[in-house]
Design a protein around this ligand. Structure first.
Ligand SMILES: Cc1cc2nc3c(=O)[nH]c(=O)nc-3n(C[C@H](O)[C@H](O)[C@H](O)COP(=O)(O)OP(=O)(O)OC[C@H]3O[C@@H](n4cnc5c(N)ncnc54)[C@H](O)[C@@H]3O)c2cc1C
Length: 257
């Protein structure tokens, strides 16, 4: 339960509060999740006035502050249409107006389409204090054990790769039981991320070309068995979705030629 509330005006003020070990404070993004936490008493540091809500193009990459609202990403011209589609699948309009990108990433599980897509784009996270930069693929598997800092400030992803995703859910409004996202760079580098299962999305493949995506996607979910789908089902469908993603990327490339 939230018992104390701080609303700092700068990032430095926020960091001073969050690193004060006598206070036991947590970052507050949109508050949609943290305001429902009942276990224990804690204080929060509201990020809304700290300037972490900007989206900026940096050459071949796009940087988004951790406190940018998901709805604002939908309005931004440089945000890839597939990222916008992922947000619309994952989260309702009401929540999008409150929830932040950082809060989403911190609390999303393996069934998030948005997290899968950002993983495919090899997103880099910046943490404070110390401006520690960590690739999302290295952070996700250990995120609860080894946080690189007290505050996630920025996410930065590649603008140029071709990006598509395919997913399966039991109904259009259900959470996905399988997501395959593919990003392909001009060099041919192809990265496949998968979601729809477990605590965290995973990288199925990251290679200099796209051969073997079907086998890699099938193998990545060899144990992905839960109450929503069997591992056998996920394995077979994952390989087909991966090939479908490549077909879509090929079609986009042809249309651009
Ligand atoms: C009614 C309802 C329905 C929902 N349905 C779904 C659903 O279908 N699927 C789904 O995946 N989720 C769902 N959620 C969860 C919710 O959408 C996400 O948890 C939300 O995106 C969290 O974002 P936030 O900005 O509100 O985070 P907050 O609630 O503010 O914070 C969440 C956590 O992240 C931490 N945090 C926030 N910002 C930072 C930062 N910059 N650095 C470090 N830590 C940070 C907080 O300390 C807290 O521990 C639902 C929530 C509600 C209330």
């Amino acid at each position: 339960m939230i018992t104390t509330y701080f609303r700092p005006k700068t990032l430095d003020e926020a960091l001073n509060l969050l690193t004060d070990t006598t206070k036991q404070l947590k970052p507050l993004g949109g508050g949609t999740r943290i305001s429902r936490e009942q276990a224990g008493e804690f204080g929060v540091v509201d990020l809304q006035d700290t300037g972490l809500d900007q989206v900026t193009s940096r050459g071949q990459r796009l940087a988004a502050g951790a406190a940018v609202r998901l709805e604002d990403l939908l309005d931004h011209p440089d945000v890839h249409p597939e990222i916008k589609r992922a947000i619309q699948i994952d989260i309702s309009e009401n929540l999008r107006n409150m929830a932040t990108l950082g809060g989403w990433l911190m609390s999303s599980d393996g069934r998030s389409v948005l997290t899968t897509v950002l993983l495919a784009l090899d997103t880099t996270l910046t943490w404070e204090p110390g401006q520690t930069r960590v690739r999302m693929g290295n952070w996700l598997p250990v995120r609860t054990e080894e946080p690189p800092g007290v505050l996630l400030t920025e996410l930065e992803w590649w603008l140029r790769p071709h990006l598509v995703f395919e997913y399966v859910a039991r109904s259009p409004k259900d959470r996905p039981i399988l997501v395959v996202a593919a990003a392909q760079w001009g060099s041919g580098r192809t990265r496949i991320a998968m979601g729809g299962y477990g605590e965290s999305t995973i990288i199925a493949m990251d290679g200099p070309e796209d051969s073997g995506v079907d086998v890699a996607s099938r193998d990545a979910y060899c144990d992905a068995d839960d109450q929503w789908a069997t591992a056998l089902y996920r394995r077979e469908v994952a390989s087909k979705l991966a090939l479908r993603c490549l077909d879509r990327i090929d079609a986009i490339k042809e249309s651009e030629a």
